[in-house]
Ligand binder design. Structure first.
Ligand code: RIB
Length: 300
C-alpha cells in the first residue's frame, strides 16, 4: 500500500514515575528519555515497518531536533521530501508522563502548528501516488479538511485519527473512510456527558454509529462496523510496559493493511498495537511485519 501521512513530528521527553504529581506537588521520577514521537510520525513509522510504502507531509523547525527527527524517519524508509522546515519556530515537543504503564501527554506544537494548506498543495504528487491518506489532529484543522477534500477528489481512502480530540466540522465526520477515536475521544467528539463510562460509549456506538468507525478500547480491543453490524475485535493479552503510541501503531497498521478485508485489517492492527505496548517509548515496541505475523500465528 502507498500510505501518505499528513501529521505531526515531535521529540518526546519521557518521564517515568510511580505516581503522577497533583497540581502544586513535586514527586520523584524513576527514569527519563528523549525519544522520537508525534502522532503523525509514529503512524508513518508503524505503517512503514509493516511493509507499506510511506511518505509524510509535515513540518519541523530549523533546529537540531527537527534534523534528528527527519533523519530517523528517513532511516525508517519514509519519504521525507514533504517535510517542510519552518524558520523561527521550534520543532514540536511532547512531555510524556508514564506511570503504571499508562500515560498522559502535554504537546507543544511548535512547527506542527505552522504547517499550511499550501505546504500540502505543493506536494500534489504525493497525494496522487497515495492509496490511503492518514491524518491526525496535531496539525491545523484546515490542513486536515484540505487533505480530506483531496482524498475524496482523487478517490483515495482517508483515515482520520481524531487525536487529540477537538470539535470537528460535519464534513470530516460525514466523509472519512474511517474515523478512529479512542473511547475518550469518541465521547468528546459525539458530545456524550463528561462522566460517560466505556459502557455508555459502546451503547452510543451500537445505536448511532456507522460503517466508517473503529473505536480503540485499549486492552479491550477495538469496536468497528462490518456489513452494517457492530463488531468487536478482542484485545491481545500482553505485558504492558508503556502504552504510548499504541493508538498510532493501530492507525499506521490499519493504513498499511487497508487492502485486507476489514475484519483482518482490524485484527492485524490490534495485534500490532498490542505488541507496541510491550516496550518503552512510542516506537520501540512497534513491530516489523515478520514479528507481527509470528505473534498472530503463535497467539492462541
Ligand atoms: O500518541 C503518542 C504521541 O502523542 C507521542 O509520541 C507524543 O509526541 C504525542 O504526539
Amino acid at each position: 500500500m502507498n500510505v501518505l501521512v499528513i501529521g505531526s513530528i515531535n521529540t518526546d521527553f519521557v518521564v517515568e514515575s510511580n505516581i503522577l504529581p497533583e497540581l502544586g506537588e513535586t514527586v520523584f521520577g524513576q527514569d527519563f528519555a528523549m525519544l522520537s514521537g508525534g502522532k503523525g510520525a509514529n503512524q508513518a513509522v508503524a505503517a512503514s515497518r509493516l511493509g507499506a510504502s510511506v511518505a509524510m507531509i509535515a513540518a519541523v523547525g530549523d533546529d537540531e531536533m527537527g534534523r534528528r527527527e527527519t533523519k530517523l524517519l528517513k532511516q525508517e524508509n519514509i519519504d521525507t521530501t514533504g517535510i517542510h522546515i519552518k524558520i523561527g519556530v521550534p520543532t514540536g515537543v511532547a512531555v510524556v508522563n508514564v506511570s503504571q504503564g499508562d500515560n498522559c501527554i502535554i504537546v507543544v506544537s511548535g512547527a506542527n502548528a505552522a504547517l499550511t494548506v499550501d505546504d500540502i498543495r505543493n506536494q500534489q504528487d504525493k497525494i496522487l501516488a497515495a492509496d490511503v491518506i492518514l491524518c491526525s489532529l496535531e496539525i491545523p484543522l484546515e490542513c486536515v479538511v484540505y487533505a480530506c477534500r483531496q482524498a475524496y477528489k482523487y478517490g483515495k481512502h482517508f483515515i482520520l485519527n481524531p487525536a487529540p480530540a477537538q470539535d470537528l466540522p460535519d464534513e470530516l465526520l460525514a466523509t472519512p473512510t474511517i474515523l478512529t477515536p479512542n473511547l475518550i475521544e469518541y465521547a468528546q467528539i459525539f458530545g456524550l456527558p463528561e462522566n460517560s463510562q466505556a459502557a455508555d460509549v459502546v451503547h452510543h456506538f451500537k445505536q448511532y454509529s456507522q460503517e466508517n468507525m473503529a473505536i480503540t478500547c485499549g486492552r479491550h480491543g477495538v469496536l468497528y462496523h462490518q456489513h452494517g453490524y457492530a463488531q468487536r475485535q478482542s484485545g491481545f493479552k500482553v505485558n504492558t510496559v508503556d502504552s504510548t503510541g499504541a493508538g498510532d501503531t493501530f492507525n499506521g497498521a490499519l493504513a498499511a493493511f487497508f487492502d485486507m478485508p476489514r475484519r483482518e485489517a482490524v485484527r492485524h492492527a490490534t495485534a500490532a498495537a498490542a505488541l507496541s505496548v510491550t516496550r518503552k517509548g512510542a516506537r520501540n515496541g512497534m513491530p516489523f511485519i515478520e514479528e507481527l505475523k509470528r505473534f498472530i500465528q503463535e497467539y492462541q
